[in-house]
Design a binder for this molecule. Structure first.
Ligand SMILES: [Zn+2]
Length: 577
């Protein structure tokens, strides 16, 4: 799951010093010949790049009224989602392969049965396949085999609940409790991602229940069983099967978990953040080791620097030289900022102007980049993050440590790469290696072979990259498919929230700082949208993978309506896609 910052409006308040730098830059910009001094404030904040969308609904369609407004339907939906939350499909790291460990996955099999009970029409009319035993793939065969299928995806597993925090939950984590007063449903998976999985089933069950609708295009439902541990067993197996069945890029589009419609701080403007890209990923497992003179032995005669001390120096150097920001207007997050600049009522005027100008003016782009880099909630959308989050070493007070290990987690900036990230580490490790006479090995291959003086035993810094993932391709945020998607969102929100509120709704692509199961599907489709089609308030995002995970039921109904309407709209408006 991904978090989109909503506090674009507060940027100006917190960073007065950055502002000074920017104002200086702005003055420079004002005096460049491309922009006349007084026009920017009136001309550059035109609604040029984030226009309102026309609501789109197929004229002969089945109504989403029932989904959004019928109290009986809502009661049934509450029951269905609550029941899904009550099945604790909790996954831990190092989950075994399902075929060898049926006991580990017994809740998954209960969940499969639960789906069959709750959604009889889906199970009657769609072909169900179990993939790698615990994952699920459903195929709703379209009438036109020439049209590429669409995938709706989510995941069956949920993250564990830390036992020491159970008491902090307002309602028990696997209760699926519905609180009528706040219209919220509670529990692990209520937002990540059983809500989405159940909504996709609900939408198709609803379409089938009319008995009137046939899909021209094949619709696939894809549910991995291990997204929270990387999806290597589940989504990865499903994508291979689909690649084999439909060929490279044989799928039109994939919808997966991600962001939704974000209310901005003015509480009047909404931006549908359609995540069309993801940062890359790599963990570096680092080991400093070496035994013998000057390195290890009895702690009564220590060297000036033990492996722990050297590791500390290296970590300190890493944190002093974190990755540099690479803000560019081509970063998808810039489109989200553009919507805020063109429409938010609370954004300071100078910031509106700076965002609007950045698209055409390198100095404004630079100034905005500096400003955003000072923002905790924005900076990692534009640069690679590094977090040293595991460290181990030493086991006895009177024995010098023979090795130290630590792990650095990286989320790689969209225009960077795994190689560039590793090179950044090596360039700093070389400084430490030369200072303390260590060799460096990357993946077992020599980077530097250091021959220390005779009285000092050899030692090494070993680098093991784990979980390598390049930044994702960027799905185009234009064209017919984009228009059908955004038109569908506009239509659902006009119906759900009323025309006045929906007139302040805008659509933007955006970047996901985290990864979803969609990373396994790059070969099968060029269009990946990590978007759930409902309002997602920021306080709910804060509970993901943490205590008090919950979701608003009326927003859940929006997701159902969105999936329902998108299938209808693509059927009518997308026959040539
Ligand atoms: Zn998830």
């Amino acid at each position: 799951m991904s978090k989109i910052p909503t506090n674009a409006n507060s940027i100006g308040k917190k960073f007065r010093t950055s502002l000074l730098l920017c104002l200086a830059t702005i003055l420079l910009v004002l005096f460049t010949k491309e922009i006349t001094i007084w026009t920017p404030f009136t001309e550059s904040i035109k609604e040029e790049y984030c226009p309102a969308r026309f609501p789109l609904h197929a004229s002969d369609d089945l109504s989403v009224q029932n989904i959004l407004h019928d109290p009986e339907y809502k009661q049934l939906s509450i029951k269905r989602l609550a029941g899904a939350i009550q099945i604790p499909t909790v996954i831990h790291d190092d989950n075994p392969q399902p075929k060898y460990s049926p006991e580990y996955y017994k809740e998954w099999y209960t969940f499969h049965e639960y789906l069959a009970e709750q959604f009889p029409l889906v199970h009657k009319y769609l072909k169900k396949e179990t993939v790698n035993n615990a994952s699920l793939l459903y195929t709703w065969q379209g009438s036109n085999p020439d049209l590429k299928p669409i995938i709706f995806s989510a995941h069956i597993d949920v993250v564990p609940v830390e036992s020491s925090t159970v008491q902090q939950w307002e309602h028990p984590p696997f209760s699926g409790h519905y609180d009528e007063e706040s219209d919220t449903i509670w529990g692990r998976g209520s937002f990540d991602a059983k809500n989405l999985l159940i909504a996709q089933f609900e939408a198709i069950e609803h379409l089938l229940s009319s008995g009137k609708f046939t899909t021209k295009r094949t619709i696939l439902l894809s549910y991995g069983h291990d997204e929270e541990t990387g999806g290597a067993q589940g989504a990865n197996s499903i994508s291979k099967l689909l690649l084999n069945r439909y060929g490279p890029k044989g799928i039109l589009a994939l919808f997966d978990e991600g962001a939704g419609v974000i209310p901005l701080k003015d509480n009047k403007t909404f931006v549908a953040a359609i995540l069309n890209s993801e940062k890359g990923y790599v963990d570096l497992a680092i080991k400093l080791s070496g035994t013998g003179p000057g390195r290890t032995g009895h702690s009564s005669q220590p060297p000036d620097h033990t492996h722990i001390g050297v590791a500390a120096d290296l970590i300190s150097l890493l944190e002093k030289h974190s990755f540099k920001s690479n803000f560019k207007v081509t970063n998808p997050t810039f489109e989200f900022l553009t919507c805020a600049a063109e429409h938010s009522l609370g954004l300071p005027r100078y910031l509106q102007w700076l965002i609007s100008s950045a698209r055409h003016n390198r100095l404004a782009e630079y100034a905005l980049g500096r400003l955003l880099d000072a923002q905790e909630s924005f900076k990692y959308y534009f640069k690679t993050s590094q977090a040293i989050d595991i460290i181990q070493g030493g086991n006895k007070a009177n024995a010098l440590p023979e090795y130290v290990t630590f792990t650095i987690n990286h989320r790689i900036e969209i225009e960077s790469s795994v190689n560039e990230t590793i090179s950044h580490f090596i360039s700093l490790a070389k400084i430490i290696a030369s200072k303390y006479h260590y060799s460096i090995f990357l993946d077992g291959k020599t980077v530097i072979n250091e021959h220390p003086q005779k009285e000092l035993a050899p030692a090494s810094i070993d680098i093991q990259p784990i979980g390598l993932l390049e930044p994702s391709p960027i799905t185009p945020a234009e064209g017919d498919l984009w228009d059908i998607l955004t038109g569908t969102v506009q239509y659902i929100f006009e119906d759900s929230m009323g025309k006045t509120s929906a007139s302040n709704l805008f659509m933007a692509p955006a970047l996901s700082p985290g990864n979803t199961d969609s990373k396994h599907f790059w070969d099968v489709t060029d269009h990946i949208y990590r978007f759930i089609g409902s309002i997602v308030p920021s306080d709910i995002l804060d509970t993901t993978h943490s205590v008090n995970e919950h979701f608003v039921m009326n927003h859940h109904l929006q997701t159902i309506a969105f999936v329902h309407q998108f299938i209808l709209n693509i059927n009518t408006f997308g026959p040539d896609l």
